[in-house]
Design a protein around this ligand. Structure first.
Ligand code: NAD
Length: 353
């Protein structure tokens, strides 16, 4: 068994968390006798500094030739004033679009060991396990016309029937393997694009009658996620609403540093933590590597079809947390404060069959 993985650390804490994730993959490849070939490239602000663009054609091609892409994070104050197309974040949107990664899967699962790291009450959190399924290559982030002039700024929120159908189908299929409930989140009380979205979701649902479909407005959904997160199984939503709701889900796991994600299309897949480049702690060996390591677990499950390996990685995370090791973002009284490197070492120690 052999796989090609492209590593794109990006900017800020990207280098630290990808180095951590790489060491986990290397140990897994030893334990399970799987050959993993790595190629590492510049992406985001560091690519702009060297090549004048956040994403080169060579990197796009490299990603297309890989079995999976593992990404850190991009962006930082230094590049905030660049024109839109040169910004690191524009490179990220372009990469998702080039690889046709129309589905973003973001699990929000509570580790019992981290109940105290969240600002929500234990009894509200315990047992929470849902995923946010966010449409990733359409909607207002890509719609045209877009721009601003001296008197106004504008973007366009647009979805085609085909785009809604493919993400809805994915949501119902995933829900079938879980608790069989899809909550469709939109703003159909105000936006025509949401009314259209909701109509197509209902049409697709006819093929999935064994799965419950519930509709919810996005403002209510934001409130419900913090009020009673256990009610959710699969949240199906568009690009903009998914972006916001998945960050709110960060409160469930205690920190953005705990949330992994998978972005998949029909041909390619990309894995990344949902957090950004955290410039405030970059280069300080403080970043929580667990979201990236969990993303590696998702990579083994979804792209490499090795749920057994994914479980080994997840169990190691659980065991390490149970032993009390915490990076600063999830630290609470009585636990052991560790750096990125020390946390990685503990996860490596606990990686056993
Ligand atoms: P951020 O996620 O980088 O940071 C928000 C807060 O969470 C910070 O206090 C940070 O220190 C903390 N944090 C984030 N990840 C952490 C981790 N692994 N361990 C410990 N603490 C962590 O969001 P931001 O500050 O709004 O954005 C910073 C830059 O990242 C911006 O340029 C933004 O555009 C970019 N960004 C990139 C991505 C991406 O690459 N996918 C996503 C979001 C933001």
């Amino acid at each position: 068994m052999s796989f090609n993985v492209t590593l794109l650390p990006g900017d800020g804490i990207g280098a630290e968390i990808i180095a951590s994730a790489k060491s986990i993959i290397e140990k897994i490849s030893d334990i399970f006798n799987i050959k993993i070939n790595f190629t590492q490239e510049l992406f985001g602000g560091c690519s702009y500094d060297k090549y004048g663009t956040p994403l080169t054609d060579e990197v796009i091609q490299l990603c297309k030739n890989s079995d999976a892409v593992l990404l850190g994070a991009v962006g930082g104050y230094k590049w905030d004033t660049l024109e839109h197309s040169k910004k690191p974040e524009a490179g990220l949107l372009k990469l998702r679009s080039e690889l046709e990664l129309f589905t973003n899967i973001r699990p929000a699962k509570v580790y019992d060991e981290l109940l105290d790291a969240s600002s929500l009450k234990n009894e509200i959190l315990r047992g929470t396990d849902f995923i946010v399924l966010r449409e990733l290559t359409g909607g207002i982030y890509f719609g045209r016309p877009r721009g601003f002039d001296d008197v106004s700024g504008y973007n366009t929120m647009i979805y085609t029937k085909a785009e809604v159908e493919q993400i809805a189908r994915k949501a119902f299929t995933i829900a079938r393997g879980r608790k069989k409930k899809v909550t469709n989140v939109d703003k159909a009380n105000v936006l025509e694009v949401s009314q259209f979205w909701r109509k197509i979701v209902a049409e697709v649902h006819k093929d999935f009658q064994d799965v419950e479909l519930q509709n919810m407005y996005v403002d209510n959904a934001a409130m419900q996620i913090v009020r009673d997160p256990k009610q959710f199984d699969v949240i199906l939503t568009g690009n903009l609403f998914g972006d916001i709701l998945s960050d709110i889900s960060g409160i469930i796991t205690g920190s953005l540093g705990m949330l992994p994600s998978a972005s998949v299309g029909d041909k390619y897949s990309l894995y990344e933590p949902i957090h950004g480049s955290a410039p405030d702690i970059a280069g300080q060996n403080k970043a929580n590597p667990l979201a990236t390591i969990s993303s590696v677990a998702m990579m083994f499950d979804i792209t490499f079809d090795r749920k057994d390996i994914s479980d080994v990685i997840e169990n190691s995370i659980k065991e390490t947390l149970a032993e009390g090791y915490r990076t600063a973002d999830i630290f609470s009284e009585g636990s052991k404060l560790v750096s990125t490197n020390e946390m990685t070492k503990q996860i490596l120690n606990n990686l056993t069959i």
